[in-house]
Design a protein. Structure first.
Length: 363
């Protein structure tokens, strides 16, 4: 890994001197996310390997090029996991890409996002300098938490080299309940349940062939899960099949996603308390109402952004059809946030060579 790191640092220094854009890429499983990548390829897969793992301390430090599946397998051997369930979207997903994309799976609303589990990391900035931030414990940050800033930056601020992550034990018990409910009632119940001491972990509401259905996953101590099942009712699902279906939900392989392949897929991030939104068609709803997936035609993008903003959220063009390739992927920034983004880009990558334009056109 040290040799690969030296090559990457030299490559970035040369690119900065020449003003040559670099496209940072691990397994390429999330190339679709954000603005189209451009520049000469800088492959991170040589930055692989587990640097340290202390199961008793609930922390693991790995190279950014480490396959995500390899890390998850290592944790599973110790009965531990990445609680935020990072999506893979393909077999080549890497740990660095997981952090850079900043995407979380079905459990995000209950356990937190990727950034909440990043304890520290090392990056190479746009001048070829190796910088380290954070550490391997929770209470180690004074001032600006740069390590978590890298989550979701899509490599525009630096090449992630190494990451220290908080891991958690796998819950001892799990159950998935099924309810046939219209969207408004499902949202109402989710909001009510969220205010009670229930082991809620994930939820997914979807219209299955005209049958509106809410799936609710419970995780925690055996007694808590069983008591919640008795209290909430619903139809308990087969555990093995439910586990497969939640993985398919995580990686957008459910029938709902497959039925809308080829259309624009929008991600609306709104408050969990937001009501049923005025959308072109019924969405797939996750995160107890906080994340709503919408399939739409290219002409409906601006309307979706207005609807999301009116609800107190924002809309992202998550997967663009060919007809929408020119549509900005991310919700436009307010002027103060735009200025902060540009200032950060200037500070970390003054030559503007690292994944240029991946977040927003122009930086």
């Amino acid at each position: 890994m040290e040799e690969a790191l030296s090559r990457c640092m030299a490559r970035i220094r040369d690119a900065a001197a020449a003003g040559t854009p670099l496209r940072i890429r691990g397994g390429g499983s999330k190339d679709f996310h954000g603005e189209p990548p451009r520049g000469e390829l800088l492959d991170t897969r040589g930055l692989a390997g587990v640097r340290s793992y202390e199961p008793s301390e609930l922390v693991v430090t790995v190279g950014a090029g480490t396959p995500l599946a390899q890390l998850e397998s290592l944790l599973a051997e110790q009965g531990q996991c990445l609680a935020f369930e990072p999506p893979h979207f393909g077999g080549g997903a890497t740990v660095g890409g997981m952090v850079a994309a900043g995407l979380s799976g079905p459990a995000r609303a209950s356990v937190g996002a990727v950034r909440d589990f990043v304890l520290g990391l090392s990056i190479v900035n746009g001048q070829g300098e190796l910088l380290s931030f954070g550490g391997q414990v929770m209470k180690n940050v004074a001032g600006y938490d740069v390590s978590r800033l890298m989550a979701g930056a899509l490599g525009t601020l630096g090449l992630i080299v190494e990451v220290s992550l908080k891991v958690l034990p796998r819950p001892p018990a799990e159950a998935t309940l099924k309810f046939e409910l219209p969207q408004a009632e499902a949202l109402r119940r989710l909001n009510a349940w969220g205010g009670r001491p229930l082991p809620l972990n994930a939820s997914c509401w979807v219209d299955e062939g005209g049958v509106p259905t809410l799936y609710l996953r419970l995780r925690g101590a055996h007694a808590a899960v069983e008591a919640a099942c008795r209290e909430l009712g619903g139809e308990r699902q087969d555990e093995a099949q439910a586990a497969v279906d939640w993985l398919r939900c995580r990686d957008h392989q459910l029938p709902w996603f497959e039925a809308h392949a080829g259309r624009d897929l929008w991600r609306l991030s709104v408050p969990q308390t937001a009501p049923v939104l005025d959308l072109p068609e019924a969405p797939l709803v996750e995160w107890h109402g906080g994340q709503r997936w919408v399939a739409a035609e290219p002409s409906e993008g601006e309307r979706l952004r207005r609807v999301a903003q009116a609800a107190g959220g924002q809309a992202t063009l998550f997967r663009a059809s060919t007809a929408s390739e020119a549509t900005p992927r991310f919700h436009p920034l307010a002027p103060p946030l735009d200025r902060i983004h540009r200032d950060l880009k200037q500070a970390f990558d003054p030559a503007g060579i690292l994944n240029p334009g991946r977040l927003y056109p122009g930086f």
